[in-house]
Design a protein around this ligand. Structure first.
Ligand SMILES: N[C@H](CCC[C@H](N)C(=O)O)C(=O)O
Length: 257
């Protein structure tokens, strides 16, 4: 299948973006999507995103994990598709698009994209970890021995051990003082560590506020791929007006033959 694709990255979380407004891409072909995302046999990416037409929003985002299956919301991918819609001339400095978890607003300033995330109504807390849904499911756990952290091993153990077949994304957090945190994420559907996960970083900011380790919005979060900022309003048990901000860049454009 011949098609034009665009490769984007947002704090090192990388995606293949395809303009599918004509509806020709075979989204049900999970084998093809996994091949396109494969880092040796394909283009290489953590996920693939289709930009499609929508009746009442600027566009629709359809997100697939690199295993080829439809994923839940992707915060970094959401920031990339906003930059992509701008490149295609569909939107200006602000836009509103539809994703699997509902509508999202976004703003673009000098290569930085701020994306409004879904409200969070519940945080499940246990003595060792928290779990919340920021559009995607996230386990958040503080980790003391940072230098010895094997994200692939620990993430895999928790993803399959605690969350059964549907699984969860797993975030390990270190508090750096003030409003700064460091995060490493094991992503479900990639089944490996990624350089950054937007819904994960969002979950970490809210979880740290919930635990009293972050006094107030915003949180500044370091990931292996760079820094992200999360702003939010606490609503007594939940969170609203949540914004994820950081860079999103086109890397290259190509043809798949
Ligand atoms: N990388 C994404 C998360 C993808 C979620 C996916 N791994 C799933 O659970 O389906 C992000 O920036 O939010």
């Amino acid at each position: 299948m011949q098609m034009t694709f665009y490769k984007y990255q947002a704090t090192g979380n990388d995606f293949i973006l395809i303009d599918n407004r004509e509806g020709l891409f075979p989204g049900e072909d999970s084998g093809l999507i996994a091949r396109l995302c494969h880092r040796r046999f394909g283009i290489g990416a953590d996920g693939l995103i289709l930009l499609e037409s929508h009746d009442s929003a600027d566009f629709r985002m359809v997100y697939f994990n690199s295993d080829g299956n439809v994923g839940s919301m992707c915060g970094n991918g959401g920031r990339c598709i906003v930059a992509f819609a701008g490149l295609l001339g569909l939107t200006g400095d602000t836009c509103r698009f539809m994703a699997v978890d509902g509508p999202h607003l976004a703003r673009v300033e000098n290569g930085t994209v701020s994306l409004q995330m879904s409200d969070v109504t519940e945080v499940h807390a246990t003595p060792r970890y928290l779990w919340l849904d920021t559009g995607s499911p996230h386990h958040v756990q503080l980790w003391e021995h940072w230098e010895e952290l094997d994200v692939q091993r620990e993430g895999r153990r928790l993803r399959y051990g605690l969350y059964g077949a549907s699984g969860s994304n797993i975030n390990f957090v270190q508090a750096l003082g003030g409003n700064r945190f460091r995060v490493r994420t094991y992503e479900r559907g990639v089944e490996d560590e990624t350089y950054s996960c937007g819904t994960g970083v969002t979950a970490v900011a809210l979880a740290m506020h919930y635990l009293g380790k972050l006094a107030a919005s915003p949180a500044r979060i370091d990931t292996p791929g760079g820094e992200l900022e999360v702003r939010f309003v606490a609503t007594g048990g939940g969170y609203s007006d949540i914004w994820l901000k950081g860079p999103a860049q086109l890397v290259f454009k190509g043809e798949w033959k």
